[in-house]
Write a protein that binds this ligand. Sequence first.
Ligand code: ZN
Ligand code: ZN
Length: 415
Amino acid sequence: MGKNRNKSKCKGKSNKKRKTSVEQTLALNYVRDWAFPSSRGSGTAAYEEFLPSQALSFASSSAPLVFDLHSHSNHSDGFLSPSDLIERAYKRGVRVLALTDHDTMSGIPEAVKAASRFGIRIIPGVEISALFSPSDAIGASEVVHILAYYSPCGPSRHDELECLLSNIRDGRYIRAKNILDKLKKLKLPVKWERVAQIAGEGVAPGRLHIARAMVDAGHVENIKQAFNKYLYDDGPAYAVGSEPSAEKVVELIRNTGGISALAHPWSVKNPIVVISALSDAGLDALEVYRSDGKVPGFSELADTYGLVKIGGSDFHGKGQKDEAELGSVSLSVTTLYNFLKTSQPIWCNALKDMLLNFSDNPSDSSLEKIMRFAKLRDKSCDVLDACTSWLSDDEKKSMDLEGIRRKLSDHSFCI
Ligand SMILES: [Zn+2]
Ligand SMILES: [Zn+2]
């Protein structure tokens, strides 16, 4: 009975349906070609860490296109090293992973190296802590998290980004000490040395590290309880850091060749005010999808402000039963297509800037900037070919690579 009714319904919509399926197929081909670029026939071996060397095997199979655009390693408050994170992502079927540690990109080189072994593509990312203050001064300021996504060659003005990130990380040490002072007053003393030990050498401490130290000290039963009772935003042991303004962060991401997205808007107190102001500042995307589906209202907000809809697991490896697993957020082909179509021209321009700077000043140190996140395996391979191996032929044509190549012709650069 149901079958017949469906049949007659489909007839009336057959043209529309055909159009949709053509668009879907084009989107699928684009995303697949991007995720498994070696299927284009460009060399793979020499560019091992720019493109995954095993990609060909996935491209020839009907591997599902699982992207995860939000994850953390132990370079911030995640529990796993970048290598272990990649291995876990691979086992969970993830084929493209954005590593988005808090306020640092220091885990990216290790992630890229590990990913090349598993045939996974890495999108170099970072989740930047920022302070949003309403312009009309009505309502309180609040800390928001803004995700930045870059090309395989990273930010075009890395020093500028790194300066901003290192200031935030410095602020985290002061903030952690202020939280410990508050805990002491609450008769819940936690040793600084223990927090620093949990965070690991050179890692700026965050609330998650302090929560783990609180569990160790027996003050709470688990991390969740530490947050729910003491460490939540504006909670009894909460302290602010020294975050830059959210608008400034969005602008900086664009100026350094990245695309920006507001992370987990459902945990923002005044999402409409924040999204509206950050859209004016140039925000590109909004997290809308979670492992438990869509959160009502945010998809509509993304439509209203013309933002690309994305999502990711925000996996930390906490080992809690209710933590969203890597790859557990289902992103449609259309979602991935829209994300890549927005990102690729921005990334392409950023790379062009980097290559032009490099050709004006072809020194080993300026080469290192382009090779920050990836290494050439083959010493004889061409730097320009390697750096542009992730671009389509049309994108390469638009970059006037020959002009850059001519400028560099007197120099021989290999790592
Ligand atoms: Zn976050
Ligand atoms: Zn996160």
